[in-house]
Design a binder for this molecule. Structure first.
Ligand code: ACO
Ligand code: OAA
Length: 383
């Protein structure tokens, strides 16, 4: 047994996969052979559903089938809706989502069937229902009118519509779809790893996804997109953002939306795409100052720390301009990542080896407990 220990499993190869790979040198995110950014520019999120779950980009006919399969299972069981209504007003939306997915599991008749076909059908059901848990859960808790899915809309337009209650413009729809693609899969982040670890015990897709929700909630991972928006709003202007970032850095605080375990000091290609989207939206929404503020933040971090923005830095203001409530930024990320996580769980189930690593022990040895069980006499002796 090797006693080589790398904290945080940094640089450790923990899996073989044919799903995706971060080629940091080439600044490319490889998704089943394709460049993620090229996919985001040319195809739709539903194409990526075919690519990730079935291994190849779907034909036009298959794409229509995927769309109708998803639409045919839109809707939440009434008991799941009731559970969402019971969540307290102050609940974190990631906790609401975790609870909703967990509740949904027991309504899936194929829950414990780990065959590739059953897993794919469950993934399709999750892709239909997770966005609705996000939108419905938020509206239930904030006591807003509930918005049912509209099958006349595209997958992404419908998701945004269920959240905002307004049918998006074609530009908004296209940008939101691109954001879902860039959030859909990213090799082996903490959340997908968590899901694979859970799946490796032969546990089910829903359980693995619930674990991934808990992982993604943290601000070192998905939770950063919400933290970024709070920081931008707290600053309110370019100059004040500079002051805020500098004062945080002086206090040795982390600036959310910057840095990445794998990219380290190289750019995250997804952030560049979302920066373009922000530039476009800032014009259509007449909010050029938000774009300028973000660019200033990026420049300060590059000069002060040599760090680049990650996807969350530019996705946050994009979601803000799309009218998505800040509490839903991370849930939307999870809804999109449900796709990649499902692919990882399917791959794990298809070629499984239980995850069970070892530790480097740093605790005490050779201690002996007091003898409490024999008699009160011997216990007294020990005291
Ligand atoms: C979609 C996603 O999930 S992307 C990640 C989203 N998360 C965030 O944006 C949170 C902010 N970022 C971070 O905390 C980190 O960059 C992480 C957690 C993402 C990656 O961290 P790690 O790989 O553990 O990097 P590590 O902690 O070793 O940092 C290396 C150096 O960069 C600094 N650093 C890294 N990120 C940041 C940051 N956001 N702000 C300020 N300094 C930072 C560290 O302080 C450290 O500096 P030092 O060498 O002077 O001590
Ligand atoms: O890869 C990571 O560690 C985090 C990340 O960017 C993602 O999950 O999209």
């Amino acid at each position: 047994m090797s006693d080589h220990y790398l904290p945080g499993l940094e640089h450790v190869i923990a899996n073989e996969t044919s799903i995706s790979y971060l080629d940091v040198e080439k600044e490319e995110i490889v998704i089943r052979g394709y460049d993620l950014i090229e996919l985001a520019r040319h195809v739709t999120y539903l194409d990526c559903v075919g690519l990730l779950l079935e291994g190849a980009l779907p034909s036009g006919q298959r794409l229509l089938e995927i769309e109708s399969q998803i639409q045919s299972v839109y809707g939440l069981p009434s008991n799941v809706r009731a559970i969402l209504h019971l969540m307290p007003d102050q609940a974190d939306m990631m906790d609401v989502l975790r609870t909703g997915i967990s509740a949904l599991a027991s309504f899936d008749e194929e829950l414990d069937d780990r065959s590739p076909d059953a897993n794919k059908r469950k993934a399709i059901r999750l892709l239909a229902k997770v966005p609705q848990i996000v939108a419905y859960g938020y509206r239930a808790i904030t006591k807003q009118p509930l918005v049912e899915p509209d099958p006349a809309l595209s997958y992404s337009a419908n998701f945004l519509y269920m959240i905002t209650g307004v049918i998006p413009t074609p530009i908004e729809e296209a940008i939101f779809d691109q954001s879902l693609i860039v959030y859909s899969e990213h090799e082996l982040p903490n959340s997908s790893f968590t899901a694979r670890v859970i799946a490796s015990t032969q546990s089910d897709l829903y359980g693995a996804l619930v674990g991934a929700v808990a992982s993604l909630k943290g601000t070192l991972h998905g939770g950063a997109n919400e933290a970024v928006m709070h920081m931008l709003l707290e600053a309110g202007s370019e100059d004040d953002l500079e002051v805020l970032i500098r004062s945080k850095l002086a206090r040795k605080e982390r600036i959310m939306g910057f840095g990445h375990r794998v990219y380290m000091r190289k750019p995250d290609p997804r952030a560049l795409l979302m920066k373009e989207a922000l530039a476009q939206l800032a014009v259509t929404c007449n909010q050029p100052e938000l774009y300028d503020m973000c660019v200033r933040g990026e420049e300060i971090m590059r000069t002060e720390k040599g760090l680049h923005p990650n996807l969350d830095y530019y996705a946050a203001p994009v979601y803000y301009l799309l009218g998505i409530p800040i509490e839903l930024f991370t849930p939307v990320f999870l809804a999109s990542r449900t796709l990649g996580i499902s692919a990882h769980v399917m791959e794990q189930h298809a070629n499984n080896r239980l995850f069970r690593p070892r530790v480097r022990y740093t605790g005490a040895r050779d201690l002996h407990p007091p003898l409490r069980r024999n008699s009160s006499e011997s216990e007294d002796e020990n005291e």
